[in-house]
Every structure is written in C-alpha cells, then in structure tokens.
Design a protein around this ligand. Structure first.
Ligand SMILES: [Zn+2]
Length: 326
C-alpha cells in the first residue's frame, strides 16, 4: 500500500474510532463494540509499525481488494484457518443471494416500453449494477459497473443501488439524479472507488432522456442504423461536484436502446481476441429489428457465449434492451 493510500485509510480508521468511542460512551460498553475498538486500535498500531496490510502469518501483502473492503484484515486468503475460510465462503454465497434479491423485476412493459435485462456475475457476487423503476408513466433504467472486481466491487454496486433507490422516489430529471447520486457516492466511498453508469428516463411519448457517466456507449438502434450514445460525463465518485450533460432521443415503434457492460465487448475467445464493438454493431443492426426485447437479449447473450467458445467469462455481464413497443 503506498503512503497516500495508507494516509487515507488511517484517516478513515481515526474517524471510525471517534464514532466508536462516542457509541461506547452512550451505550455502556457492549463487548462487541469494545472488540471492534481493539481491532481498530490494532490496525492503527500496525500502521505506526509499518506492518499494516501485511499478512500476520506469511508477511506478504493482503489481497488489496479484500483490504479495501475491510481495512481491519490481518490475514491473506491463504492463511485464513479452515473455520474463517468456511465462514468467508458462506458469507459470499449469502452476499450473492442478497445481490440477486436487489435485482428489479424483469420483462417490464410500461408506458409503451418493453424492457428486458440479463445479469450474470462472473463469480458468486458481481460488480455490475442494473436497476429499473416505473415512476408514474415513465420508466427509469440504470446500468453500471463499479470499479475493481469481486467482493469489494459488489459492495460498491450494492451501495450504488441504495443511493439511486433513495433518489428515485422523486420525479427528478436525469441530470439531477446523477449529480445527486455522484455527490452522495463521492462522500461515502474511498476516493479510489468509482462507478460508471448510464441513467435514462423513457417517457410515454417515445422520448428518452439519457446521460452516460463514463460507461460503455449504449447503442440506439433504428432499423439497420446503430448509433452509439457516447459518454457525457465522468464516472461517479471521482469528483464531488461533477456535472452530467443529458442527451435526448426519440424512438419509434420497434426501435430500441441497448445497454451493456464491458463484460460483453471485452470477452475473449480461445485465440485471445475481443468480442469488440464492431461485432456488437453488426449483431445489433442485423438482429434488433423485429425481435422482442427478450428475444434480442437472449440472442445477444447466445452470440457472446458462441464467441467465447468455452473460455470462461473473466468479467460480469449485464445487457439491457429498452424497446419502443407502441
Ligand atoms: Zn498469508
């Protein structure tokens, strides 16, 4: 861990220590909190001695993503005892189920729109984020990708879910949703953590207001024409005061918008080449017209699997098809 990162974690630990002490003062001294305070003190002590972030058994660095998710860790994955290892596996399985439970309903038909998504984490938990809400006659759709991999990024993705859900109760324009989500996300995560996201609001008139915060460009598909919606802002979590430009488009019956994560375009085949944007454009132009959103999503996932020809996916995959049905 470099010196700046250690200083950031130290600041967080000191803040956590302050909160624990005031909790201890008001709650009497519950043993669990006293233990937590000991763990925080021990981490601060390791920082002072320069051994923070090193496994206490083998003295090698602890996996950075695990440490980012839990700054109090003292052992690398190889040196967890069997009880700790089993507990970790159970926690992961539970986290996976919790994450599945956060997914929105699928095959939504609302306000003249038909929306279908496919969400497939590469491991037990995933760092992709996908949500779908239907305030009034509108449909609000979100698809994103939290930085990093594994458990740490899945925590971020779940955090993002909570932040957006809290904002979507009110009829905010897309620009406001992203500006506010960014501010909350920025103030509640470490600076090295960020997330790319596309947020759109589809109206019953066929209009879509959309903003792309650093995510892979969604594709606007009308007949055989495929137009990417390029990024209009930086990923969330980088700067607290970032601004997000929105883009408006209008879809006619049968036109659709395809959102996806980089697990699609960066998938590799046995020869090592990438699925890529070119194949995606060609596929979208040939297949989108006439297909229902479910059929289109299924055929795209099948094409992705065919391309990999047995190579296991290295990243999470999410695709979402927003189709004008009226
Ligand atoms: Zn170790």
């Amino acid at each position: 861990m470099d010196r700046t990162a250690t200083a950031v974690v130290e600041g967080e630990l000191l803040a956590r220590r302050g909160r624990l002490e005031s909790a201890l003062a008001t709650l009497g001294r519950p043993p669990a909190l006293v233990r937590l305070l000991d763990d925080v003190d021990s981490a601060l002590d390791r920082m002072e001695r320069g051994t923070y972030g090193l496994c206490q058994t083998c003295h090698d660095p602890i996996e950075p993503r695990r440490l980012a998710a839990d700054p109090l860790l003292r052992f690398c994955l190889d040196h967890l005892d069997s009880e700790q290892r089993q507990a970790l596996e159970e926690d992961l399985a539970l986290a996976g189920r919790v994450q599945q439970g956060l997914l929105p309903s699928n095959d939504v038909t609302h306000g003249g729109w038909e929306i279908c998504y496919h969400y497939q984490p590469a491991g037990m938990v995933g760092g992709d984020y996908c949500d779908l809400l239907t305030p009034g006659d509108d449909v609000v759709f979100l698809l994103g990708d939290a930085s990093g991999k594994g458990v740490a990024s899945s925590l971020l993705a779940s955090h993002l879910h909570a932040v957006f859900r809290s904002l979507l109760d009110t009829p905010l324009p897309v620009k406001q949703i992203l500006t506010r989500a960014n501010r909350v996300f920025c103030e509640s995560t470490l600076s090295a953590h960020y997330a790319t996201v596309v947020c759109g609001r589809a109206l019953p008139t066929g209009a879509i207001e959309i903003a792309n915060a650093g995510h892979c460009p969604p594709l606007e598909i009308r007949g055989g024409d495929v137009v990417p919606v390029e990024a209009t802002g930086l990923p969330l979590g980088l700067f607290c005061t970032a601004d997000f430009a929105t883009h408006c488009l209008r879809l006619d019956r049968g036109d659709c918008l395809l959102l996806y994560s980089d697990g699609l375009t960066e998938a590799r085949n046995p020869e090592g080449s990438e699925y890529g944007m070119e194949r995606l454009h060609e596929f979208a132009a040939a297949v989108a017209g006439g297909s229902s959103s479910r059929r289109f999503a299924e055929r795209l996932v099948a094409d992705w699997s065919d391309f990999r020809a047995g190579v296991p996916p290295a990243d999470d995959l999410t695709v979402m098809v927003v189709r004008r049905a009226l």
